[in-house]
Structures are given as C-alpha cells and as structure tokens.
Design a protein around this ligand. Structure first.
Ligand code: THU
Length: 126
C-alpha cells in the first residue's frame, strides 16, 4: 500500500470523527506488518479528558484484535475539511505508538513521511 493510499484511508476515517466539542476531525490508518489496516477517529466526550484520539483508537483496535506489529500510520486532521495541512500526533499518541512500534515506524502526515523516532526521540520506558 502506498503512503498516499494509507493517507486517503485516514481521511476517510476522519469522516466518522465524533468531535462535537472541538469540531476538529482526525482520522488515522495504521498499517500492520501483515498488511491489515486498522482505522480510527477521535471520539470526544462531554467530560473532555475522556476524549480518545484517532491514533489511539486505531492502535487499541489493532491490539485488541491480536495485532501488535506495525509498519506505518497515516494521520489526517482538519477543522475545515481540508486535510492537506499536516496534523502532528499529540505526545500521548506518540507514547502509545512507542509501546508497540520501534523508532522506525513511518508516520505519514499529508505530503510528508516522518519516523516515530523523529517525532518522539525520547519515550518513557519502564
Ligand atoms: N486529536 C487526535 O485525534 N489526535 C491527536 O494526535 C491530537 C488531537 C483530537 C482530540 C480532539 O478530539 C481534537 O483532536 C482536538 O484536540
């Protein structure tokens, strides 16, 4: 799957975003090592801190289906429906990704691919 195809799946997943408080839609598409793709969107809550980000939704879906090895994640976010601007994953989501993915995980944001190590050089470890 190309980066562009994975990003398009993230944009599509943002269509399911439940973001009545921020009006900021986010979608993620997580490519597993075996080729499966797990998508996610942000799911907000009236108790704001209970909101789940799109990336963590995708990771939790995958892990709960028994999948723990990943090659790439695409993230698309927009408050206006224009997903061409890069939407950087928050620190919490980067930390959650680092639990399952090495620093080489590719993170595709619109027109550019980063690595997890570039975006989170120092993660927390026990
Ligand atoms: N959000 C994500 O889904 N992913 C991130 O990495 C950062 C923020 C969501 C949470 C909230 O629903 C909205 O974006 C505005 O903060």
């Amino acid at each position: 799957m190309s980066d562009k195809e994975l990003f398009e799946l993230a944009v599509k997943a943002a269509g399911n975003s439940y973001c009545r408080y921020s009006s900021f839609s986010v979608g993620a598409a997580l490519l597993a090592a075996d080729g499966r793709v797990f998508t996610g969107c942000n799911v907000e809550n009236s108790s704001y801190p209970l909101t789940n980000c799109a990336e963590r939704t995708a990771v939790f879906k995958a892990v709960s289906e028994g999948c723990r090895e990943f090659a790439a994640i695409a993230v698309a976010g927009s408050g206006s429906g224009d997903f061409s601007q890069r939407c950087l994953p928050c620190g919490a989501c980067l930390q959650v990704l680092s639990e399952f993915c090495g620093s080489g995980l590719r993170v595709i944001l619109a027109d550019r691919a980063y690595t997890l190590g570039e975006l989170l050089p120092y993660n927390f470890r026990l």
